[in-house]
Ligand binder design. Structure first.
Ligand code: HAM
Length: 420
């Protein structure tokens, strides 16, 4: 038997019904906030990601040489592709450009529950604004989404890369040495972070202060005593988002994010019910357009892990079961087959979801199948009834059967289904 590729998944009809429910909800909330949907290709030139996504993502990237000798990658994330698309084709659109997509991404990671090699993201980007209002709007959307999904225990961790970078500047660490430090802080390797700072000439006292700042968590109070634009900006974003109704927000100055492109506000959201892989969202503001050959443009965005949202919603019982069909039609003998197909056509035209028998099995087996498909009604075409211009309509919930005229099948079903 040929197995699927490690870290990938097949989705059953039941899985897909749940995934569609989430997609519908994501499209609805995107629309409510004025975001427009786009799609980019699964394949990109590898250099798109080499430029700025950071070694974390690069080590995990699926990349290969194509038949023309080009270095190609399966996209590990959606931000760089969206900004490439913007720089290629969308710069004439009015700003801000508010875009979203729901797409697959690929990372060569060690698979475990909630971590896959092929996974999906719901990505939201605002291109063209450097205002606190844009970052605040993202937080509002994220907060609203978690609420609509019934994820009431989520934890926001909001920071600003400028706070730690500002302290590192003041401590004399050159900017091109700072990314490595942020990476260690992101991985919570604080002992290594201290050793790295000391090896880069930062004093013991400054290193201690910087690590203490990285560990500050809580409400806006944690910003007290911090000076500089970054902390003022962060305070303003939180204030705006709270005015807009967000109530779950909390700060964590140690959040600096693994991807290299962030320049300002950064945040992550955890759903504690998910255990080890509990991070359902990551985002922040960044400037990538210039790097990809465009004019300098500030952007901000976030991506939710689609699969992790599904897992969290399963845990909180938020997903409805797969919808069944409304009608199943069966012919008792092959002589009624043509009428079966004709009646199915009429019902479908009337908007009634309908299957007809494709197997020619006994009535009891056909009804068993209809029930496994969640059919609400079955229409049984028997020789005797049909000779009298009638068919049997069976209510699959309670087994009650009644004879109805062939000509009134659609009207009768419409009435009964409307009553439900
Ligand atoms: P990220 O934090 O790398 O950020 O990924 C965003 C989310 O994708 C994570 O919080 C997680 O829920 C989900 N995720 C990541 N890797 C996996 C995996 N292997 N299996 C399942 N889910 C996973 C980004 O990708 C940035 N592009 C976000 C962004 C958008 N920043 C600005 N705009």
């Amino acid at each position: 038997m040929i197995q699927r590729v490690r870290g990938t998944r097949d989705f059953t009809p039941q899985d897909m019904s749940r995934r569609r429910q989430l997609e519908d909800l994501l499209r609805r909330i995107s629309r409510d906030y004025g975001y427009r949907e786009i799609q980019t290709p699964v394949l990109e030139n590898a250099e798109l990601f080499v430029t700025k996504s950071g070694p974390g993502v690069l080590n995990e990237m699926y990349s290969f040489e194509d038949k023309g000798g080009r270095a190609i990658a399966l996209r590990p994330e959606l931000t760089a592709p969206i900004i490439r698309f913007y720089v290629n084709d969308l710069t004439n659109l009015p700003m801000p450009l508010k875009l979203f997509c729901i797409s697959s991404c690929f990372r060569y990671e060690e698979p475990q529950s909630g971590r896959y090699r092929e996974f999906y993201q719901y990505d939201v980007e605002i291109i063209g604004s450097e205002k606190a209002e844009a970052d605040a709007e993202l937080l509002l959307l994220a907060d609203d989404l978690c609420r609509r999904l019934g994820l009431n225990e989520v934890e926001f961790r909001i920071g600003h890369v400028g706070i730690i970078r500002g302290l590192l500047d003041a401590a004399g660490m050159p900017q091109d040495r700072q990314s490595e430090l942020l990476r260690l802080v992101d991985k919570k390797k604080l002992d290594e972070a201290r050793a790295y700072m000391l090896s880069e000439g930062v004093s013991e006292a400054d290193a201690g202060d910087i690590l203490a700042t990285c560990q500050k968590k809580g409400d806006r109070e944690v910003l007290k005593g911090l000076k500089g634009e970054a902390s003022e900006y962060l305070e303003r974003v939180i204030r705006l988002a709270e005015k807009g109704g967000a109530s779950n927000l909390s700060l964590d100055l140690g959040v600096v994010r693994g991807l290299d492109y962030y320049t300002g506000l950064v945040f992550e959201i955890d759903a504690p019910e998910l255990g080890a892989e509990k991070q359902i969202c990551g985002g922040g503001s960044y400037a990538l357009a210039e790097l990809f050959g465009g004019q300098p443009v500030q952007s901000t965005g976030m991506a939710f892990g689609f699969d992790r949202l599904i897992l969290a919603m399963e845990k909180t019982g938020q997903l409805a079961p797969e919808e069944g069909i409304e009608l199943f039609i069966l012919a008792v003998t092959p002589a009624q087959s043509e009428e079966m197909v004709r009646l199915a056509g009429g019902a479908r035209k009337a908007g009634i979801s309908t299957e007809f028998d494709l197997m020619g099995r006994s009535m009891s087996k056909s009804l068993k199948y209809a029930s496994s498909r969640g059919a609400r009604y079955a229409l049984i075409l028997g020789e005797r009834e049909m000779a009298a211009g009638k068919v049997l309509l069976r209510d699959m919930d309670n087994g009650e059967q009644s004879e109805i005229g062939i000509g009134s099948v659609v009207d009768e079903l419409r009435q009964r289904l409307a009553v439900r």
